[in-house]
Write a protein that binds this ligand. Structure first.
Ligand SMILES: CC(C)(COP(=O)(O)OP(=O)(O)OC[C@H]1O[C@@H](n2cnc3c(N)ncnc32)[C@H](O)[C@@H]1OP(=O)(O)O)[C@@H](O)C(=O)NCCC(=O)NCCS
Length: 157
């Protein structure tokens, strides 16, 4: 029987939660393909990992590992916001979605989004939202999202 996580090129992918050992599997370098990460020491990584862990299921980071190479090749995160509107409803905020440049076009990005959406649903969210560039709009539409409103931002330097 075909392995549902294999892409037929002898690569086996595992979708799972971020683990503390993932720093040495290239997790920060992967995020560096999305934006500036700066240098993150092992101590800083461990401290931030513990801090995020203390939020339990309210902050989930999904990764996909190429198990043969022990390399993190895709990731995305979601934070669950607790609100008063919609009968004290919850909203999932999806962030930091990136697939390693050598692994794009293999449905891994979609797998990350599906995983995060399942998490939002299981947490009782009434919606999940994210911001993206125009060039990624078609990808998110393939993942079942629709364009809504416009994004506003203010950066604090
Ligand atoms: C955007 C990104 C996450 C997509 O990941 P991916 O693994 O290559 O995408 P998938 O293989 O899962 O694609 C799923 C579907 O979306 C389509 N798709 C993916 N990227 C697309 C794009 N830029 N434009 C149009 N369609 C796209 C695929 O063709 C595929 O369609 P299919 O199911 O009909 O075959 C990846 O290109 C990436 O990491 N880019 C750089 C970082 C980034 O911009 N992240 C998003 C931040 S908002």
């Amino acid at each position: 029987m075909e392995n549902p996580n294999s892409n037929g090129e002898n690569q086996t992918f595992r979708v799972r939660k971020l683990e503390i050992s993932d720093k040495r599997k290239g997790f920060i370098e992967l995020l560096g393909q999305l934006t500036v990460t700066g240098s993150v020491s092992d101590e800083e990584f461990d401290r931030r990992f513990e801090e995020i862990g203390s939020y339990g299921d309210d902050h989930a980071i999904c990764v996909i590992e190429d198990e043969m190479l022990e390399k993190i090749v895709a990731t995305g995160s979601v934070m669950i916001e607790k609100k008063f509107v919609r009968k004290c409803g919850k909203v999932g905020h999806i962030e930091d979605v990136v697939v390693d440049s050598g692994y794009r076009g293999k449905q891994l990005g979609k797998k990350v989004i599906d995983h995060l959406m399942d998490h939002c649903r299981s947490m009782g969210c009434y919606k999940a939202i994210l911001d993206c560039s125009a060039e990624n709009k078609a990808f998110y539409e393939k993942c079942g999202l629709k364009q809504k409103e416009i994004q506003m931002a203010k950066y604090f330097d």
